[in-house]
Ligand binder design. Structure first.
Ligand SMILES: [Zn+2]
Length: 336
């Protein structure tokens, strides 16, 4: 039995037909975790859908009305890049409910993993890039509304920039000086201007995004820390940049909850990514985030975001490894 809960429902399946987004991955991850013995049936909790009131903590009434009544414009549906249906709306409300439950469980058990969610391209007034509702933002705002947390930090390791997250939590940010470079990384020498690590922050949610610069979205609203990685970055450089971003973020800000968006798409075999991480490197990435959070006693809630490996089994393996990494790092439980 795990010392933390996994949040999952068969309703996470996105009814989008044949699509580069592997909508069946959630069930495959669930099944593989059980078959491999990493988790048992009792480790899973089934979420309730978020309420409209929860969704409205982040999204505009106009947008929620359009989703509830099926009145998105053709342009809005095109931006979403997945076909609208009332069933799809239900799946996103459920994913948001799953992230709310994961956040709540993380505050009790130190870590919790939503086997779904991480829809970081959703904005308050529109969805895009396969993301209708920003489940992580909804979970943060719900925990704040309930008085469970005051501050949060998002650590977004999906290969794509967390544009929705940055826009939602932009708040009253002001731009500050660039961070010092990472001395252990050769990136500076190779691309002196490309790997900008920007730092901008004021507000109650601190946002970190490590992403491939030359990738969707074209417009990247500023996160508190943005690490714009050049194409082809491999394990060692990636881990050095992540370590630097986490250290820098946690020097500036003390979150009550860390929301780790653990996209599988920095993988070298990903169809929508251009970084070169190995499966082992991705697991080290997960371990790094968990170790840093554990050392500082910051609760972590995890969502899975993107993953478009040529072989869907690779995406499933990477996301199962995130659960294994949490199991290994948090093995000693609350007493240690
Ligand atoms: Zn992605």
């Amino acid at each position: 039995m795990l010392l933390f809960k996994l949040i999952y429902s068969n309703g996470y399946y996105l009814p989008i037909g044949a699509h580069v987004f592997p909508a069946e991955k959630y069930r495959l991850i669930h099944d593989r975790l059980l078959a491999s013995g990493v988790a048992e049936a009792t480790d899973f909790l089934e979420p309730e859908p978020a309420t409209d009131q929860d969704i409205l903590l982040v999204h505009t009434p106009e947008y929620v009305h359009k989703l509830r009544t099926g009145t998105l414009s053709p342009l809005e549906e095109m931006e979403l890049e997945i076909p609208y249906s009332p069933e799809l709306v239900e799946a996103f409300w459920l994913a948001a409910g799953g992230s709310i439950l994961a956040a709540r469980q993380a505050l009790t058990d130190r870590v919790s993993i939503n086997i779904g969610g991480g829809f970081h391209h959703a904005f308050p007034d529109h969805g895009e890039g396969f993301c209708m509702i920003h489940d992580v933002a909804v979970a943060i705002r719900r925990m704040q509304r309930d008085g469970r947390i005051r501050t949060a930090m998002t650590v977004d390791c999906d290969v794509h920039h967390g544009n929705g997250t940055a826009a939602i939590f932009a708040g009253t940010r002001t731009r500050s000086e660039p961070l010092p470079s990472v001395s252990t990384s050769p990136l500076n020498r190779e691309q002196p201007t490309a790997n900008t690590m920007r730092r901008t922050h004021e507000g109650d949610v601190f946002t970190i995004s490590l992403h491939q610069h030359n990738n969707y979205p074209a417009v990247k609203p500023p996160s508190s820390i943005d690490v714009d990685l050049p194409d082809g970055v491999g394990d060692d450089d990636y881990l050095a940049w992540l370590d630097n971003a986490l250290s820098s973020g946690l020097r500036q800000f003390e979150p009550d909850l860390l929301c780790y968006i653990a996209g599988a798409d920095p993988y070298r075999e990903d169809q929508l990514g251009g970084l070169s991480l190995t499966m082992e490197g991705l697991k080290k990435r997960d371990e790094l985030v968990f170790r840093v959070a554990r050392a500082r006693d910051i609760p972590v809630m995890v969502t899975f975001a993107g993953g478009y490996a040529r072989n869907v089994e690779d995406t499933v393996a990477i996301q199962c490894n995130t659960v294994s990494a949490a199991k290994e790092v948090f093995v000693r439980g609350l007493s240690s």
